[in-house]
Design a protein around this ligand. Structure first.
Ligand code: ZN
Length: 85
């Protein structure tokens, strides 16, 4: 069973921060998720952050918990970050 895995990498599952290299990176959850105990634990653990309902073309999918860099799903820094700093 493990030998027939499709070519889906785990990239993105644990994306390292492109600025500080930290792996303490949270996924940003958009929309209105069901507020389960599991989600609450992930929020408390810094694994997930809520991005609200705003949607724009290059919205960040990831955020570094160490330096607050917001990244796109492919790991590039989100555009607005440059303006903020
Ligand atoms: Zn960082």
């Amino acid at each position: 069973m493990p030998t027939t895995e499709p070519k889906v990498t785990q990239a993105g599952k644990q994306q390292a921060c492109t600025r500080c290299g930290s792996r303490n990176v949270a996924h940003i959850s958009y929309g209105l998720p069901a507020f389960s105990d599991e989600l609450r634990q992930e929020l408390d653990a810094g694994e997930v952050q809520l991005g609200g309902c705003l949607v724009w073309p290059e919205q960040p999918q990831l955020v570094c918990n160490d330096c607050a860099l917001q990244m796109l799903s492919d790991g590039r820094a989100a555009p607005e970050e440059e303006d903020r700093l």
